[in-house]
Design a binder for this molecule. Structure first.
Ligand code: F0G
Length: 350
C-alpha cells in the first residue's frame, strides 16, 4: 500500500483523535534511519541517524503538526497560533495552509534561522516578531488561546506529543526492537517526552521487549533542566533550543529517570564540531540537531558511557538548510577564479 502519512499508519495508537477525523497530511514521517559508519568506528558502537530533517517542512515538528491540525479541523477551528524558535512556526504554517486555517506564529525577534522564517512566510502565515524570548512568546500565545477561539498548536497541545511519539514506533519497526540509547536535543522538552511515550506504548503492545535509555542534551547557555532552574536569558548558536523555561520539563526529567538515562549540556563549540562530523557522514543538520550526538560523543570519549557493541540512535531533528547562516557565517566564501581552464588547472594542482 502506498504510504499515506503517519496518522493512517499508526491510527490504532492515536486514540485521542476523534474517529471521524480526516487526516491533514503532507505524508510526514517514514524518515530514514541512516548508518553513521565513521562515528560508529570512532565510538565503537553502531550509530544510526534518524534523519527527521527529511520531513515535508524539514523538521520533526511535522509529526506532531499533522495530528494537532487534524484534531483542530475536527473540532471546527478556523485559526491556529503558536510560539516558536522557528521549526514549529514553519510546520504550523504549512499544515494550516493545507487545512485552510489562518495561522499566527510568534517568534523571538532576530533569533530565528533564515530557512525557518522564510518557510513560515512562504506558507502564508502571519509572522509576528516578539521583542523578547521564546518563553515570552509562549506565555503570550497560551493566554490569547484562552481568550479567543484560536487553536494552540505548541507541544503543550496533547495531539502534538501523540504525533511525535510515532518516531519511536518507526525506530522499533526498523530495528525490530528499541535501540540501547536514544540521543536527542532538548528544548521545550516535548520531543523527548513523546519518544518515551512511544517506546513505552510499543513495549506494552509487545512490539519491543526492551526500552532505550534516553540521553537528552541541552545547550550550555540554555540548560534549565541540567541546572535545575529556569534560565532568564538563554543563549546558544543552536537557536532552535534557545529556551529557558521548557513547558514539558518535568515530564522530560521523569522520562529520563524512568529510562535510567541522562540529561546533560554541551557547549556551542561541541555542537558545531558535531554538525561538521555529521556532515562528513553526508547528513547536514542545523546546529541544534547535532546536540544529541555531541552529548553522546563527549560522554563516550570521557569514559562515562560504555557503548561497546550497542545500537545507538541519534535523532537529527532538523535539516541543515534551515540555518544556512550557521555555515556561511563561519566559513570563508568559496574562492573565485577567472573562467579559464588554466586558472582551474592551477587551483587543482595546488
Ligand atoms: N531540534 C530542533 C531542530 C527544534 O526545532 C527543536 C524545538 C528541538 C530540537 C527541541 O525539541 O522543544 O521538543 O525539546 N523547536 C521548537 C520550535 C521549540 O519552536 O520549533 P523540544
Amino acid at each position: 500500500m502506498p504510504y499515506s502519512g503517519l496518522i493512517t499508519r499508526y491510527r490504532d495508537y492515536l486514540t485521542h483523535l476523534p474517529n471521524n477525523a480526516i487526516p491533514v497530511t503532507l505524508l510526514e514521517g517514514n524518515t530514514p534511519l541512516i548508518p553513521a559508519p565513521r562515528l560508529s568506528a570512532e565510538l565503537g558502537c553502531d550509530v544510526r541517524l534518524k534523519f527527521e530533517g527529511l520531513n515535508p517542512t524539514g523538521s520533526f515538528k511535522d509529526r506532531g503538526m499533522t495530528v494537532a491540525m487534524t484534531a483542530a479541523v475536527a473540532e471546527g477551528a478556523t485559526a491556529c497560533i503558536c510560539a516558536s524558535t522557528g521549526n514549529t512556526a514553519a510546520s504550523a504554517a504549512a499544515y494550516a495552509a493545507r487545512a485552510g486555517l489562518a495561522c499566527y506564529v510568534l517568534i523571538p525577534q532576530g533569533k530565528v534561522a533564515a530557512g525557518k522564517l522564510a518557510g513560515a512566510v512562504a506558507y502564508g502565515a502571519t509572522v509576528i516578531q516578539v521583542q523578547g524570548s521564546f518563553d515570552d512568546a509562549l506565555a503570550m500565545v497560551r493566554e490569547i488561546s484562552q481568550r479567543r477561539p484560536i487553536a494552540l498548536v505548541n507541544s503543550i497541545n496533547p495531539h502534538r506529543i501523540e504525533g511525535q511519539k510515532t518516531a519511536a514506533f518507526e525506530l522499533v519497526d526498523a530495528l525490530g526492537r528499541a535501540p540501547d540509547w536514544l540521543c536527542l536535543p532538548v528544548g521545550n522538552a516535548g520531543n523527548i517526552t513523546a519518544y518515551w511515550r512511544g517506546f513505552v506504548e510499543y513495549h506494552l503492545a509487545g512490539k519491543t521487549s526492551a526500552l532505550p535509555q534516553l540521553l537528552g542534551v541541552q545547550a550550555e547557555g540554555a540548560a534549565p533542566l541540567v541546572l535545575g532552574h529556569a534560565v532568564e536569558k538563554p543563549e546558544t548558536v543552536a537557536t532552535a533550543i534557545r529556551i529557558g523555561r521548557p513547558a514539558r520539563g518535568k515530564e522530560a526529567l521523569q522520562a529520563v529517570a524512568e529510562s535510567s538515562g541522562r540529561i546533560l549540556a554541551v557547549s556551542d563549540a561541541e555542537i558545531l564540531e558535531m554538525q561538521k562530523r555529521l556532515a562528513a557522514e553526508g547528513v547536514w543538520c542545523e546546529p541544534a540537531s547535532a546536540a544529541g550526538a555531541a552529548g553522546l560523543f563527549r560522554e563516550v570519549k570521557a569514559g562515562r558511557l560504555d557503548v561497546r557493541g550497542k545500537t545507538i540512535v541519534c535523532v537529527i531533528t532538523g535539516h541543515g538548510l534551515k540555518d544556512p547562516d550557521a555555515i556561511t557565517a563561519r566559513f570563508p566564501a568559496p574562492r573565485a577564479i577567472p573562467a579559464t581552464m588554466s586558472a582551474l588547472e592551477r587551483l587543482i594542482a595546488e
